[in-house]
Design a protein around this ligand. Structure first.
Ligand code: MN
Length: 266
């Protein structure tokens, strides 16, 4: 389905910062929309695919570009398997785990991450593994744009904050790349805004993310991420994770990251 999305539609998603950010962040809203769409006779094809999942729960967003759009940085086959099998798999497994717990499933994942300690062990594991797996991949896809549209440098308030908190864009890139390269085994690198509005760079193992209170050293709202699980790069890069990290900079969706930054500061 995603490869059928016309370029014009993609560009709307890319450039309309507000709807971009809210689509990404408001998983609870997405859940409610998915429920509402069941009763709506105008349900689109994308939403029909979603309706096959157990509800209520996490709504898997469409990939807003064709599978081959990130070439040559990330090859089509990797994106196809990564989105269709891995991301979709985490979403399905999370929804299955909470299908009998509407009290949990009705909550946005952000709220569950903030209250991990209050969850029962089984639900906490489902949120930490598959819920976060679904959530993190949503951010990952949104942080990238087709080759030619992405890359370059951030602008405006974001670049000012990077200079203020991380030294310079160059030193930020070095520290993010290092976090991604040195994360042992599977995990993620993050650019995050803390409660005071300050940016910081970190990495996490498995699917842990900076929203998870009690599971990370420093919490905040992530605005840029890079998946360094081997499934994200191995087909093209094999053991050369640092080449994948270097290529990532050519496809970063800076307007999207800037929108998330504006929203996180509010
Ligand atoms: Mn992944």
């Amino acid at each position: 389905m995603s490869s059928q999305i016309p370029r014009r539609t993609f560009l709307q998603h890319l450039t309309v910062g507000g709807s971009f950010a809210s689509a990404l962040l408001a998983t609870g809203v997405a859940d409610r929309q998915a429920k509402g769409d069941e009763e709506n006779p105008t349900t689109s094809k994308t939403q029909t695919a979603v309706s096959k999942m157990p509800k209520p729960g996490y709504m898997l967003p469409a990939l807003h570009y064709p599978y081959n759009a990130l070439e040559p940085a990330i090859d089509e086959r990797t994106v196809r398997i990564h989105y269709d099998k891995h991301h979709t798999g985490y979403a399905k497994k999370y929804n299955q785990a909470v299908v009998d717990r509407p009290d949990v499933a009705s909550q946005p994942l952000e709220d569950l991450f903030a209250n991990m300690a209050k969850l029962s062990p089984a639900i906490q594991t489902a949120v930490r593994h598959n819920g976060a797996g679904a959530y993190n991949h949503t951010l990952y896809w949104r942080c990238m744009a087709p080759a030619g549209s992405g890359g370059g440098e951030p602008k405006g308030e974001l670049v000012k904050a990077i200079d203020r908190d991380l030294g310079s864009f160059k030193s930020f890139k070095e520290s993010f790349s290092k976090a991604a390269a040195t994360q042992f085994a599977s995990g993620w690198a993050w650019l995050t805004v803390d409660k005071a509005g300050k940016l910081f760079v970190c990495s996490t193992p498995n699917h842990d993310n900076p929203l998870m209170v009690g599971f990370v050293e420093r919490t905040g709202t992530p605005i840029l991420t890079l998946d360094v699980w081997e499934h994200a790069y191995y087909l093209k890069y094999q053991n050369r994770r640092t080449d994948y990290i270097a290529a990532f900079w050519s496809i970063v969706n800076w307007p999207g990251v800037e929108a998330l930054f504006s929203r996180a500061k509010r």
